[in-house]
Ligand binder design. Structure first.
Ligand code: ATP
Ligand code: ZN
Length: 286
């Protein structure tokens, strides 16, 4: 029988769409999704299992699935020892402690003796213990942010992305316990053939991620500015330089990273670059 790598993804929720998009950008295609538990790819030895995110670490640990895509926050809260094989860069959020905005917060000693509502008792418990704070952890499974207004707790420990949910509930963030993003986790002892499929998938994921993080840039410059501009554009090796029909001018092509994109563009303009074009990259093979 042909070996197939089982990949667990969230059935529906904040991770689902980005997880499926990533897999599809890796060139792996699936039959249209019809309320099923699993689906096998047409063109790659992968089967998707659609599960609740909280169940994914346990299922990977028990080998029901070989790998899975989950938020790091869930992985750490479950305390299951799995290998993070790739950070995926989406569903970024943080786990933080928040208190009502009129609370006179003086650092984490102010949490002493409070009731703190959370869906993350393990991570919160570890944090309190590490900081020598004794507080009561009230575990609830959802809508944590309303706990202070209904009198259930004086503080909350919850997942935040923009922070607007906290603000609209009259809360302010006072401590950040964890910064999280989606990660690909794997069972630590995959059989050889599954490991090979995982390596192929990882190679594609890294190419997609690199492409998403970089832009292809084309610009025109007077020949005397080429050295300066080259030093600003490291590219994959060094920029391509092509002569323009107009004497004394060249066209330079390179790749720039999204993180320092605007800074580089500014410096390029100062160095004499003109007609700058920036184009998305579909795949980048490293
Ligand atoms: P499930 O029904 O699968 O258990 P869920 O309700 O527990 O889903 P979601 O709300 O869909 O989970 O969130 C999934 C993950 O998305 C979170 O664990 C976290 O890693 C990430 N995330 C990103 N931003 C946020 C946010 N603002 N609130 C909650 N989770 C977020
Ligand atoms: Zn969940």
């Amino acid at each position: 029988m042909k070996t197939i790598l089982k990949v667990a993804v969230q059935k529906s929720g904040r991770l689902s769409e980005a997880s499926l998009k990533l897999i599809s950008e890796c060139g792996v295609s699936f039959p249209a999704r019809i309320a099923k538990l699993k689906a096998q790819a047409f063109n790659f030895p992968v089967e998707l299992l659609y599960l609740r995110d909280d169940d994914i670490p346990g299922y990977v640990a028990d080998r029901v699935s070989d790998v899975g895509i989950i938020g790091e926050n869930v992985l750490l809260e479950k305390g299951v020892k799995l290998e993070v094989v790739q950070r995926l860069g989406f569903s970024k959020c943080r786990l933080c402690i928040a208190v009502p905005k009129d609370f006179n917060y003086q650092g984490n000693t102010s949490l002493q003796g409070l009731n703190i509502a959370t869906s993350y008792p393990r991570i919160l418990g570890d944090y309190l213990e590490k900081n020598g704070v004794k507080a009561h952890i009230h575990q609830i499974s959802g809508s944590v942010e309303i706990a202070p207004s209904i009198g259930l707790a004086e503080a909350v420990c919850d997942i935040v992305s923009t922070g607007s949910t906290l603000v609209s509930n009259g809360l302010v963030e006072v401590e950040t316990l964890l910064k999280s993003e989606a990660v690909l986790v794997a069972h630590p002892h995959l059989e050889e053939e599954k490991q090979q499929i995982l390596e192929q998938l990882l190679f594609r994921i890294r190419s997609v991620k690199a492409a998403n993080n970089n832009k292809y840039i084309l610009l025109n410059a007077p020949n005397e500015a080429i050295d300066k501009i080259t030093s600003l554009l490291p590219g994959m090796r060094s920029p391509t330089v092509l002569p323009l029909a107009q004497p004394g001018w060249s066209s330079l092509h390179s790749v720039v990273n999204e993180d320092d994109f605007w800074e580089v563009i500014e410096k390029l303009r100062q160095a004499g670059a003109e007609g700058i074009l920036v184009v998305p990259i579909e795949k980048m093979i490293l």
